[in-house]
Ligand binder design. Structure first.
Ligand code: 2YH
Length: 288
């Protein structure tokens, strides 16, 4: 798993509005709408909660320690979604205590391996890897005008790719995967067969998968594995992987048909999952 670096995130807070405009051009939706689409709720069901659910972001010193600006960036994204949020002055256990004392309902924190949003009233936990997979599947669905019946290729069957695979299957897509760790791809295929009675194709190579698909979710942590030869006018890529898996030439060629960010979509989905009506057990579909 890639540990984020200061350079990865330092520009996010100042550029959230610009990022959102780009998202709207690519998907027709705001960051919050994409997150709601990922979670499967109507945006309206969130409105009454935005004023009442408070989030705390707690710095965590364990492992390689605090990443300068990480908690503040998370806080800015949660604020952008519309929730009340603060970063605790203290780290670790003292920070969690502060979050509780200040009546936060959702506590967000990350170490080197996990990043979670925990609703401490309901016990609902949103995991960043799962949320990111769902978020990018939702983003690709919007870019594609619906994934139902479409063929989607997923590179990387780690926690993000795994979650993305389940999410696109639920959206009615046909899924193919590739992972250099063949065993992981087979485990995912077995899980999907047992859980959903669906079959996913395991591609023999990255190149083969890329050449057979227009819709791709790039969920590895390898840089530059997709070059310009894989990009056609129909290629759409949702790329949660860090660093970006496209070469600079591929990036130029794909132009606006790429979704990629270090934190925004995953964090937005976490906020909507942990602070929204599903975590609170109050979600009612507007269509009855
Ligand atoms: O960057 C990370 C890990 N790769 C987990 C992300 C899950 N996709 N963690 C951030 C560590 C933050 C640090 N402990 C802090 O500043 O609190």
């Amino acid at each position: 798993m890639t540990r984020l670096k200061v350079e990865d995130i330092k520009d996010i807070p100042g550029q959230l509005d610009r990022y959102e405009s780009e998202l709207m051009e690519k998907t027709g939706c705001t960051l919050r709408e994409i997150a709601c689409h990922a979670v499967g709720i109507e945006e309206e069901s969130l409105f009454s909660l935005l004023d009442s659910v408070k989030f705390a972001v707690v710095p965590v010193e364990s492992g390689q320690g605090i990443i300068e600006g990480f908690c503040e960036t998370i806080s800015d994204i949660v604020w952008h979604i519309g929730f009340d949020v603060f970063v605790t002055g203290k780290a670790d256990v003292a920070g969690i205590a502060q979050a509780v004392e200040k009546k936060a309902e959702v506590v967000m924190m990350a170490d080197d391996h996990r990043f979670m949003a925990l609703n401490i009233k309901s016990g609902h936990m949103s995991d960043n890897a799962k949320a990111t997979g769902k978020g990018y599947a939702a983003g690709l669905d919007l870019m594609a005008g619906g994934l139902k019946g479409r063929k989607v290729f997923i590179t990387g069957c780690g926690p993000v790719g795994w979650s993305a695979a389940l999410a696109v299957l639920q959206r009615g897509a046909e899924v193919s995967v590739f992972d250099t760790r063949h065993g992981t791809a087979h485990l995912l295929a077995k899980y999907v067969k047992e859980l959903m009675n669906r079959t996913i194709v395991i591609e023999e190579s990255l190149e083969q998968g890329l050449s057979n698909h227009h819709y791709i979710i790039e969920a590895t942590n390898a840089a530059g594995i997709i070059d310009e030869n894989a990009i056609t006018r129909q290629t759409h890529i949702a790329a949660p992987g860090m660093p970006l898996g496209l070469t600079p030439e591929a990036l130029r060629k794909i132009s606006g048909r790429l979704l990629h960010d270090p934190l925004q979509i995953g964090t937005a989905v976490m906020a909507v999952e942990a602070g929204g009506p599903v975590a609170r057990g109050t979600y009612m579909r507007s269509d009855g």
